[in-house]
Design a binder for this molecule. Structure first.
Ligand SMILES: [Zn+2]
Length: 155
């Protein structure tokens, strides 16, 4: 008899997490808008081959298409311009930043993958010079993009 299959919505989990903020020029209206990203502490775990593995390094995640309800509630309060939206170029929806002024999508490709994206390491400029906010609540999420953060003071 086959083992029951556990349906796992998350590929990452952590006992707490960070919200990082940066300022970014909207490509549509050219206003400067706040953008946010979720970061994981070094004790986060990632689901690899049905087992939870701990890499031991902090990570920034993007292309996030699933967040547990408590994280969604926190995000709704803290990051009001970050919501699940379709990215036509990618072909799937994910939690995406939007311009505070005009509502234009600020894709994760632009913010995280293309130089000089707001969250590319060399361009890191937290709003007001303040580091990431720590949220002392557990997180489970599913994301397609991860970057290991080497910065000290995180995790
Ligand atoms: Zn705009």
């Amino acid at each position: 008899m086959a083992e029951p299959v556990e349906i796992v919505e998350a590929n990452v989990r952590a006992p707490y997490y960070f919200i990082s903020a940066a300022r970014w020029t909207c490509r549509q209206c050219t206003d400067v808008t706040p953008v946010h990203a979720l970061m994981l502490p070094e004790m986060h775990e990632m689901l690899i081959d049905d087992g939870w593995d701990r890499l031991g390094l902090p990570a920034r995640m993007f292309y996030v298409d699933y967040l547990s309800i408590s994280v969604q509630q926190r995000v709704f309060r803290t990051m009001p311009h970050y919501w699940l939206d379709q990215d036509e170029a990618i072909g799937f929806p994910y939690f995406m930043n939007h311009c505070e002024r005009c509502g234009a999508k600020q894709t994760d490709r632009a913010l995280h993958e293309e130089y000089p994206g707001a969250f590319c390491s060399a361009q890191w400029e937290p709003t007001g010079g303040v580091g990431p906010i720590v949220v002392h609540e557990p997180l489970t999420a599913h994301a397609a993009g991860f970057v290991i953060e080497q910065r000290t003071g995180i995790g």
